[in-house]
Design a protein around this ligand. Structure first.
Ligand code: CMP
Length: 140
């Protein structure tokens, strides 16, 4: 398709719900804004109360979200986390730890605005944040 982005990367991005609204051309643009990493089980990806400079999208594996010592959610493929500190510049709201070996996409601080500006991404992210808010309200 001439974008220089390997087909495997485009396939992987296309499989993530956060990018449901993106065309192949937009996926190729997104590819330049993310790094792919692998982490071992037990890796601490965000730490509650600490500053954080990256946001993550889960490609493979699972992560626990722990708040005040209590696991409040488990996130699997297609989920994202670490966006809150990027949006409000406040400390991390929870500790996120790899429950299994994981493959992740990482968005660094310099690329987060461009990431959100990709068509459809912010709307998708808002939909998930609304769902999380409603789940939290329902569990109170
Ligand atoms: P951030 O505060 O940057 O770092 C911790 C992350 O945990 C946070 O962003 C969210 O992405 C995630 N998180 C916090 N609370 C919840 C929740 N109730 N459900 C799912 N993920 C959460």
């Amino acid at each position: 398709m001439g974008s220089g982005v390997p087909a495997r990367r485009i396939e992987m991005l296309r499989g993530l719900p956060l990018f449901d609204h993106c065309t192949d051309r937009e996926l190729a643009g997104l590819d330049r804004l993310v790094d792919e990493i692998e982490v071992a089980e037990g890796a601490v990806l965000t730490r509650e109360g600490q500053p954080g400079r990256e946001s993550f999208i889960v490609v493979e594996g699972e992560a626990d979200v722990v708040l005040g010592g209590e696991t409040i959610a488990t996130l699997g493929p297609g989920s994202f986390f670490g966006e809150l500190a990027m949006l409000d510049f406040r400390p991390r709201s929870a500790t996120v730890t790899a429950k299994t070996p994981m493959r992740l996409l990482v968005v660094g601080p310099a690329d987060f605005s461009a990431f959100l500006a990709q068509p459809g991404v912010a709307v998708k992210m808002l939909e998930v944040l609304v769902e999380r808010l409603r789940e939290m309200e329902a569990s109170r």
